[in-house]
Design a protein around this ligand. Sequence first.
Ligand code: CTP
Ligand SMILES: C[C@](O)(CO)[C@H](O)COP(=O)(O)O
Length: 251
Amino acid sequence: MSDDPLPPPSPAPRTAAVIPAAGRGVRLGPGAPKALRVLGGTPMLVHAVRAMAASRAVSLVVVVAPPDGAAEVKTLLDAHALPDRTDFLVVPGGETRQESVKLGLDALPPGYDIVLVHDAARPLVPVDTVDAVIEAVRDGAGAVVPALPLADTVKQVEPAAAPGDPEPVVATPDRSLLRAVQTPQGFDRATLVRAHGTVTDDVTDDASMVEQLGVTVVTVPGHEEAFKVTRPLDLVLAEAVLARRRLNDGF
Ligand SMILES: Nc1ccn([C@@H]2O[C@H](COP(=O)(O)OP(=O)(O)OP(=O)(O)O)[C@@H](O)[C@H]2O)c(=O)n1
Ligand SMILES: C[C@](O)(CO)[C@H](O)COP(=O)(O)O
């Protein structure tokens, strides 16, 4: 047996989170841009940033602000307590989520090999879910999504012949094989950059762009509290989750 000392373990790859927060929140109804709406007294975006920074593995958060709102978002983040160990960047976003994520990726400095993409609209994702996604990428997955089984039966329909007409049902997919996917979605950076440089179709999540490259996307368990604030009732649910957390924390 050699007396040579073992080489030092290679450092864990550094992880950055990109938070698309440039959406208007049309489905939420009139008011400020969705990411700036207040939940439990704190803007939704600040909750989302804190949720990413809660992971000790995340050392940079890139916030993608509304196209003309980067200065306002920067001021907002400066006004809230955020962990010292995490760096923050704010960049202006685009017309679609896909464009906004691409702009966030373009702003990422070198040295971050794992990238999370997390909706500002999912402010309450627990840190264990964030860490599970990062761990799966560290273990070698090119793309990872948190996923939950569906509670409803799902029908595939044909488009209505005219607005307001019924939509004929054409199929009932096997629910046991379907999953609702959440964010953060985690990626090997080079794979995600390649996907955003290659795929031009309109898609609703980043993992589906990676699927189009032929790269396998894997799931980790999602979490009910990582739901997306989309419609007005979601705000009520988010307030209730925050109130329960405060009660449990003894505040
Ligand atoms: N041009 C856009 C559109 C969306 N998003 C972000 O993508 C996430 C998920 O999008 P969604 O929930 O659809 O938000 P909105 O586009 O704001 O919602 P709506 O479709 O109701 O307007 C949100 O954090 C949103 O801010 C973005 O960064 N840039
Ligand atoms: C990325 C996402 O949150 C995964 O569920 C979702 O696809 C975003 O969809 P939206 O229509 O942009 O809200």
